[in-house]
Design a protein around this ligand. Structure first.
Ligand SMILES: [Zn+2]
Length: 320
């Protein structure tokens, strides 16, 4: 007992005094996140044009996401479902993404990968929607909504792939059908996240994620993240703490209202999920939501703070 106590005392400089290893900010995964690379992924999405649920353009977008992710060592599972919408029946596709790492063959075949990667619990979810809202009157490219958060998630996937021990604790999800065809109601909008949240309820208890981080509209050159009030307090505190660590706290604040977004079905399904969103965007749902309104710096601020929040405050501790 005494020896342990003395050892603990002696190492207090290198080891946090609560007994855990001190978090090394310089070696943390967020350091290599590049805003320019995230912006490149936004520009590539623009080339596919409007990316409405059920469209060929969205299928091309999906194939792009799959290619980028698979090259980085992530495995993508398509969650396909049909649902009635005000525009008729639409086929939606969520992309569930988990880290596999080295080639499938080396791990002893597909069955073993299936068991190791998909039947193991993950700590949390990092999510964004990836389809654009349908507008008949004009061409809507959705650079910020949802191009920006998709770009950030893809760049996160790259930096995480360099840290398998962190990547393996996460599931990334790209939701289809976040946007309402007409207006948000119980049955219009949030198609992908509602379906995913429903499917989550059927997972065995021990496999269910403990938390979720949703990104939406995170690329505005004039960045002002305002977390909606229906984001769980412990997660909001961790986001602000990570922003504080990086001297970026001024970009992050609390909103004054609830927002209908993909965090809602997850919270209702028992996975506490924060919505990291900047709704103060002049070009929201207008033809002006183009890539020239975005900044690589904003993508970097959100990408880095979210990664630090995840690595330092959610994975390094015991979750929530
Ligand atoms: Zn939108």
């Amino acid at each position: 007992m005494l020896a342990t106590a003395l050892l603990g005392f002696g190492l207090c400089g290198m080891v946090a005094c609560d007994g855990g290893l001190a978090f090394d900010l310089e070696r943390a995964v967020h350091q290599s996140f590049s805003g320019e690379r995230a912006l490149l992924h936004v520009e590539r999405q623009m080339k596919f044009g409007p990316r409405v649920a059920g469209s060929a353009n969205l299928e091309r977008t999906r194939q792009y996401l799959e290619q980028v992710l698979e090259e980085l060592g992530w495995q993508v599972k398509r969650q396909v479902f049909k649902q009635k919408t005000p525009s008729g029946e639409v086929e939606f596709v969520n992309l569930r993404v988990r880290f596999v790492g080295e080639s499938v063959g080396d791990q002893g075949g597909e069955k073993k990968v299936e068991a190791r990667v998909w039947q193991n619990p993950v700590s949390g979810l990092v999510v964004s929607h990836y389809e654009t809202k349908n507008f008949e009157a004009f061409e809507f490219l959705g650079a910020n909504d949802p191009g920006s958060s998709v770009g950030v998630l893809l760049e996160m996937a790259r930096v995480l792939s360099e840290r398998p021990a962190v990547a393996e604790k996460l599931e990334l999800v790209f939701f289809d059908g976040e946007e309402a065809f007409v207006d948000y109601t119980e049955t219009d909008g949030l198609y992908g996240s509602r379906y995913y949240a429903d499917s989550l309820k059927k997972w065995p208890e021990k496999l269910r994620p403990q938390w979720g981080v949703l990104l939406d509209m995170v690329g505005d050159g004039d960045l002002a993240i305002r977390v909606p009030v229906d984001s769980p307090d412990p997660l909001v505190g961790k986001l602000f703490a990570a922003a504080e660590d990086m001297n970026l706290r001024k970009y992050f604040g609390l909103g004054s209202q609830m927002i209908t977004d993909d965090h809602k079905p997850l919270n209702e399904a028992g996975v506490p999920t924060i919505d990291i969103i900047d709704m103060e965007y002049d070009y929201w749902h207008t033809p002006g939501d183009t890539v020239d309104k975005l900044s690589a710096d904003s993508l970097k601020i959100v990408g880095q703070v979210a990664l630090l929040m995840i690595e330092k405050y959610l994975l390094d501790k015991d979750g929530l």
